[in-house]
Design a protein around this ligand. Structure first.
Ligand code: ACO
Length: 429
């Protein structure tokens, strides 16, 4: 690999350093390009643009590889817990038993939300989308916990906010669901671990207590681990960009939640189920929908298919498909939407349109089946993604803020508007 790459533009020469990652990825450092040549680069969607160096997550889209801090996702999904994976992502190593103990105990300490915040919940209409409530509530934490926000937060400050966010987001998510169905809030319990605690807050009520089923806990645990990070995706890049102005962690994560909401990103899990329901209601005509997805004029896409980075397969989709199968088998449930999803996948993977464009099922294609089976309502699906992605967002914000090389994010543009012309007073127009 060359150490420098020379660019020659308008007779000006620029020697650009080559940056190499630990897995052999290569980048041309063009930091001096504008100053030296007057040119900028154009890369809509940032498909070829690195915005930072990061030691958190590695993925190879061609080979279908995903690792958190070097550990393959398959091993974490099989053996780790969500809380342990969160620790790994945020602190860079698997916790020692004592470290995990302290980290887990802090979850209990921070699981309640400020009493005044409950009034804020009441201000939302019951038809409010839970992602709107979640993003507003997370941002409002900077108002309810102002002492946590500091101009230059210490490591200890960041640790406290991180664990507070991880713990409270689960309570806020469950409360927003209770609000939407008009039931009283169920408070977090100290005797329950992360996933069962969430399920209890969601599904217990004054008249019935939720029965915790191991298979359900396992499936949700895996789902959260698979969503925990995915390097510089749309929402994580948003968290980093907002945080690069030194906006506080709550505000940065709230922005990330909004970015995640869109159907091309974390809203895709909801869109997949809506699509499968539509196909089911239409008699399960899978071929008709594959044909529609190929017809650009239809404006229809196969939701849960395609990925900016994975061009072979999404390793998370493989794990989640297996988990969905296992869960339904163990609970003895037959979901016609799972059958349609499998037929859709089979039809698309044989179709030249999808094969040539390297469009494969992504993590969202089967995750909705699991969430549906657990009883999570459709509108809460992106919220589940947000709970899962929280450790990744925190890890990236922390890495960014602790790196002295970080600059405020500020992309450039090529102006395509009108040339200079004079203002005309309204009576003369
Ligand atoms: N159905 C039909 N055609 C598709 C699909 C799809 N799901 N995805 C991409 N294509 C086509 C495009 O029309 C385009 O065709 P063309 O080359 O003939 O113009 C080609 O494949 C490339 O697509 P782009 O949109 O340029 O790919 P990009 O990398 O920008 O987008 C994305 C990736 C947004 C994920 C896209 O595949 C998509 O919209 N998928 C559906 C939504 C979805 O599942 N999102 C979740 C992503 S995973 C996540 O966020 C966790």
């Amino acid at each position: 690999m060359p150490e420098r790459i020379s660019l020659a533009i308008d007779g000006k020469k620029l020697d650009c350093p080559v940056i190499a990652g630990t897995e052999g990825e290569k980048a041309i450092d063009i930091t001096e390009l504008r100053a030296a040549t007057g040119y900028i680069t154009m890369d809509p969607g940032f498909g070829n643009t690195g915005s930072c160096k990061s030691a958190i997550t590695y993925l190879d889209g061609d080979k279908g590889v995903l690792r958190y801090r070097g550990i393959p996702i398959e091993q974490l999904a099989e053996k780790s817990t969500f809380v342990e994976t969160a620790y790994l992502l945020i602190y860079g190593h698997l916790p020692q038993p004592k470290e995990l103990d302290v980290f887990s105990s802090a979850f209990n300490e921070h699981s309640m939300i400020h009493e005044d915040m409950k009034n804020f919940f009441n201000a939302f209409s019951s038809s409010a989308h839970p992602m709107a409530i979640l993003s507003a509530m997370v941002c409002s934490m900077s108002a309810y916990y102002p002492t946590m926000i500091k101009e230059n937060p210490s490591k200890g400050d960041i640790d406290r906010i991180a664990v507070q966010l991880l713990s409270k987001v689960r309570t806020i998510a469950a409360f927003s669901y209770k609000k939407s169905i008009g039931e009283p809030f169920v408070h977090p319990r100290h005797d329950l671990r992360y996933v069962p605690n969430f399920l209890n807050m969601m599904f217990s009520s004054p008249t019935k207590s939720y029965k915790i089923v191991d298979e359900v806990v396992q499936a949700l645990r895996v789902l959260l681990i698979l969503h925990a990070d995915h390097e510089q995706n749309c929402s994580t890049s948003t968290v980093r960009l907002v945080g690069s102005s030194h906006a506080n962690l709550y505000a940065s994560i709230s922005a990330g939640i909004c970015a995640l909401w869109g159907p091309l990103h974390g809203g895709a899990n909801q869109a997949v189920i809506e699509m499968l329901q539509e196909i089911h209601a239409d008699g399960g005509k899978v071929d008709k929908y594959v044909a529609r997805a190929k017809d650009k004029a239809s404006g229809f896409r196969l939701m849960g298919f395609g990925h900016r980075v994975y061009k072979n397969f999404d390793p998370r989709a493989r794990i989640i498909k297996q988990k969905a199968d296992e869960l339904l088998n163990k609970l003895g449930i037959h979901d016609p939407l799972l059958d349609i999803a499998k037929r859709l996948e089979e039809a698309a993977l044989k179709d030249e349109y999808f094969v040539t464009r390297k469009l494969y099922p992504n993590v969202d294609f089967y995750s909705g089946i699991i969430l549906r089976t657990i009883g999570i309502p459709l509108r809460m699906f992106p919220v589940m993604f947000a709970i899962g992605r929280m450790p990744g967002w925190i890890a990236h914000w922390k890495e960014m803020i602790e790196d002295p090389a970080t600059k405020i994010g500020r992309p450039s543009q090529i102006y395509t508007g009108e040339s200079k012309h004079n203002y005309v007073p309204i009576e003369k127009r």
